[in-house]
Design a protein around this ligand. Sequence first.
Ligand SMILES: Nc1ncnc2c1ncn2[C@@H]1O[C@H](COP(=O)(O)OP(=O)(O)OP(=O)(O)O)[C@@H](O)[C@H]1O
Ligand SMILES: [Mg+2]
Length: 315
Amino acid sequence: MSEDLESLDGIGSSIASKLRAAGYTTIEALAVTPPGEIMEKTNIGFNTILKIQKAARDMISADFKTAKEFYEKRKNMRRCTTGSKRLDEALGGGVETQALTEFIGEYGSGKTQLCLMLSVTAQLPFGEGGLNGNVAFIDTEGTFMPERIYQISSSRGMDPEAVANNILVARAYNSSHQCLLIDRLFTLVPENNIKLVVIDSMISHFRGEYVGRENLAERQQKLNQYLHKLIRLSEAYNIAVVLTNQVQANPTAFFGDPNAPAGGNVMAHACTHRVFLRKGSKNVRVARVIDSPYLPEIPVRFKITEKGIEDVEED
Ligand SMILES: Nc1ncnc2c1ncn2[C@@H]1O[C@H](COP(=O)(O)OP(=O)(O)OP(=O)(O)O)[C@@H](O)[C@H]1O
Ligand SMILES: [Mg+2]
């Protein structure tokens, strides 16, 4: 990709020549390099670099690409195992990078358990179904359980201390804080080799704070803005983004499932893969991929155990 660095907001000819001299010749490179590294090599001020990087990231997703470039990018797509072969298959081989995967379900349906499991498996090498990287976990409900990370990793023969050390967790206290943390990911992800970002849950603060019809438009606009940031993040850094969502009772739905995912069309359109979870008997859960562009909607069963997520044997 050849482009004029000067076309970015905040780049004049002198900054552009400093960047080129340091080897940053493309907008793509500017978008994905840790800012600290650019500062070291160019002596450009940190705030200027952050501004340039923002412009670069905006540019990447706005610009035209050839089909070949799209193809090359798709080839780098990776998949992370959930621990259940059935569920992986239903997802087309696991949770994809360069995509948003949404787990939807009522309380106790296993959303958080799946997020915790993926926070462990994402650290596995490629050959073992992992993403060979670290994890950023935004917890909005205070349900992130470090003990569970230790339990899952040690029962899988991984070093629990090392695994726990590679998961960066932030508790988001309200929706603005959540948005701030999402913005922060654009530097955190490349600086820490993060390959999985979890937001559990994407929507609860938004639902709790923007109450009433008159606030719905504003809520949806904000949600949309941040979902699109997450899409760009997943593409720029080839990472998997996993979001959880609740179901909301919809008493006006006479047909179909009265429990629709929250977040409306904005959530529905932004998420590449949507997975409905429901409780089965005991520790068994049923997952069904919905609205997928290419995956069949066949329900699969998995179970929640000490080891995290596993297949149900008798299947
Ligand atoms: N160590 C474990 N072994 C077996 N099952 C477990 C274990 N830990 C948790 N579970 C199961 O996971 C369930 C909780 O699921 P989880 O917290 O993922 O639900 P959720 O979908 O995130 O719900 P919420 O909407 O309340 O956040 C528990 O009810 C329990 O059945
Ligand atoms: Mg939960």
